[in-house]
Design a protein around this ligand. Structure first.
Ligand SMILES: [Zn+2]
Length: 493
């Protein structure tokens, strides 16, 4: 971008994303990974690092890591190994973390972004690597009590994480957000991770700096790693803030770069700014060395191929297919796909029954999505079955129910868990005899000569006022049929 004083800058962003793999148990022991358990209830000698306890690899984690790598177009090398990353931290009882140093499970891939309606240009973002590692515990600082106690919960120790490292290919906060959205979509779609930032199952660190063009030269500002961002929106804001801040610092220091060392800054979401956490970060000496308790893992070609062929459609492919198969718009397909696999499956189930992709799409985006949000339920817990939803929508298409009656039925089904037919019966909805409806329309036109007058003077919409009256007299009257009848009759008067 070009700044007010005429200098042009380019924003350089690389993202490190930690995704918690959706395994039942931890990476090297049988402890549960369920979120929200009472502190220190999901631990054992292995994840507590007791001497003599030996780690055993979780096959499900390997499977999911390979799946993730393939979804990100990575190579899966035939051999991968485990290394100890050594550092001290109170929530790391072993004094080291089992991670992967020089032979990660996934190497060199890419993610295409901007193929949706996000407004970013279509671009290929290279992925450097993705490696498996175990999570550390959690320190809880209790400052509210005035005691300044710090307590440690080790439930998370040993939880499998996949760290996905992008090349510094992203050029704006918008692109970073598009990358994260696409990444999350793929991970959730394939059941690899829940990607809940609030629960810590997806964490993002952003490396950001600027290339400033001065007299034909390119000056690079020092790289800043931003941490503590707890939503994609926060990532976007933090990057935008950091871009401005680095430019300002460059101007304030006389347009020179004095110190090129990398620093770490935290994001303060409320204040909307980053703050210094660690200065002059040398490439830390973790003294990585191969874990002597764990053998290297061989991943045979056939296993990779089997996982590849089990992947199924990627979200982008589903987006395309929904448009061509059901005739819905790109935006609508995107909204449906972004809700995840269960939502897509429910939508397709409904369309199979009602045969109307467009009408179903609008019901999904309005009534069904609203119900899910209001009741805060998962799609799999939706109280009305796909067959009943499909039957309900079919009744609108065939004219048996109008939209407002259909909504009454939908609400009744939600409240009582009844089928469409039972709900219609319970609500006393009956189809109206056409001669009865015709009589009603004729009566309304006779009683409202001004409407007939207006209609004859070219005001077609005047008829509309009578539809409401008809509905009031007989709630089962279908507005579309009433309109048609009114138009037919008014011509004969
Ligand atoms: Zn354990």
């Amino acid at each position: 971008m070009t700044h007010s004083d005429g200098y042009t800058t380019e924003t350089i962003i690389g993202l490190e994303v930690h995704v918690q793999l959706k395994t039942n148990t931890k990476l090297f022991c049988g402890c549960s990974t369920t979120f929200g358990a009472a502190p220190n209830t999901q631990v054992c000698p292995v994840c507590l690092g007791h001497p003599g306890a030996l780690p055993v690899i979780n096959e499900q984690a390997l499977e999911l890591a390979v799946k993730a790598g393939l979804a990100l177009n990575c190579d899966i090398p035939p051999v991968t190994k485990w290394d100890r990353k050594q550092y001290f931290y109170p929530d790391l009882p072993k004094g080291y973390q089992i991670s992967q140093f020089d032979l990660p499970i996934c190497a060199e891939g890419y993610l295409d972004i901007g193929a949706d309606s996000s407004g970013t240009a279509e671009r290929r973002i290279r992925i450097l690597r993705a490696h498996l590692e175990e999570d550390a515990g959690k320190s809880m600082h209790d400052e509210a009590s005035g005691q300044f106690d710090t307590r440690i919960d080790l439930n998370r120790c040993g939880t499998p994480l996949l760290e996905i490292v992008s090349q510094p290919d992203l050029r704006s906060s918008l692109e970073a957000k598009a990358y994260l959205n696409e990444l999350k979509l793929r991970m959730t779609h394939l059941g690899i991770s829940d990607c809940e930032m609030q629960e810590g199952s997806l964490r993002v660190d952003a490396n950001v700096n600027l290339h400033i063009h001065v007299d034909g030269n390119k000056i690079a500002t020092p790289i800043v790693e931003i941490k503590n961002m707890n939503s994609f929106r926060a990532v976007e804001r933090a990057i935008d803030h950091e871009v401005d801040r680095q430019y300002d610092v460059w101007e304030e220091t006389g347009k020179t770069i004095k110190d090129e060392s990398k620093t770490t800054r935290g994001w303060d979401d409320q204040a909307g700014r980053t703050f210094l956490q660690r200065e002059k970060e040398e490439s830390a000496d973790y003294r990585y060395f191969p874990d002597p308790d764990l053998l290297p893992v061989r991943i045979p070609r056939e296993r990779v191929e089997a996982i590849q062929s089990s992947l199924g459609e990627m979200p982008g492919e589903v987006r395309e297919r929904l448009q061509t198969e059901y005739g819905i718009k790109a935006y609508d397909a995107e909204v449906i796909v972004n809700q995840g696999k269960d939502f897509i499956d429910l939508y397709e189930n409904v369309v199979t029954v009602c045969g109307d992709g467009k009408r179903a799409s609008s019901w999904f985006q309005q009534d069904i999505l609203r119900t899910i949000n209001e009741q805060q339920i998962a799609v799999s817990e939706f109280p009305v079955s796909g067959n009943d939803l499909g039957t309900l929508i079919l009744k609108i298409t065939t004219g048996e129910l109008d939209n407002s009656r259909a909504r009454d039925v939908f609400q009744y089904m939600l409240d009582h868990g009844d089928t469409v037919e039972a709900s219609i019966k319970a609500l006393g909805i009956t189809s109206v005899d056409s001669s009865e409806l015709e009589g009603l329309c004729r009566e309304l036109l006779t009683k409202n000569p001004h409407v007939v007058e207006d209609y004859r003077n070219g005001k077609q919409q005047a008829i509309g006022s009578l539809i409401g009256q008809a509905k009031k007299r007989n709630p089962n009257a279908n507005p579309k049929t009433v309109r048609e009848l009114l138009l037919q009759i008014v011509e004969t008067l």
